[in-house]
Design a protein around this ligand. Sequence first.
Ligand SMILES: C[S@@+](CC[C@H](N)C(=O)[O-])C[C@H]1O[C@@H](n2cnc3c(N)ncnc32)[C@H](O)[C@@H]1O
Length: 217
Amino acid sequence: MPGSKEECEHWGQAAHAYDAEYRSVMGEAFESEIRSWLARQFTGADEVLELGCGTGIFSAMIAERVKHLTATDFSPEMLEQATQRLGGYDNVEIRTEDACHTSFADDSFSAVLAVNLLHHADAPATVVRECHRVLTPGGKVVVIDCAGHDTSLWSWIQMSLGYLRRRGRPREDHHHFSPDDLAALITGAGLAVQETTLIRQRRPRMRFICLRAVNAD
Ligand SMILES: C[S@@+](CC[C@H](N)C(=O)[O-])C[C@H]1O[C@@H](n2cnc3c(N)ncnc32)[C@H](O)[C@@H]1O
């Protein structure tokens, strides 16, 4: 099942203001913890596929560490922003791809990265199966996703009110993952979970699940 046209249009409309939205939610200390966790996941030998890269915030965090990064998203408007951010890197290629069904051959990448994609995706199990398909044997999938089950009601209200002021009615997330839910999703696609770390932010109170799994085929 491909990602829906409606979903793609939603992200297209969000693209221009996305970075400002992100800055309004993510504190600096929190971001630096995520940045250093992410830096530990990759090596200079990695050929990485990023799914749902959005404006390229996380692509830019890993671009200098890896051999090659193919940053993809299904929204052309998001990719316009990513192109501005990532234009200076010789080892980064930007492509339009649906995370449910990419155009890459089996076993093409040593690593796949997906940040804040799975809880929004129409069909997260399909996305994770696609990660498995394009990974080389022994390759890894690195996922960072909001632990929606653990965000306080007050934080949701604060974030939703901010969103309402800036952009109108907020869109519902499709999924609210706990670390166990996310691990089950990944394991269900035939990948073996190696590490799950929870990174916590105080205001707004949010938790992010940072997970690495390996293709044990
Ligand atoms: C919350 S944003 C995350 C962007 C970026 N990874 C970040 O964390 O800043 C979700 C992104 O996933 C993309 N997306 C959602 N479903 C997708 C799909 N089926 N295929 C490709 N991209 C998708 C959206 O266009 C959007 O850019």
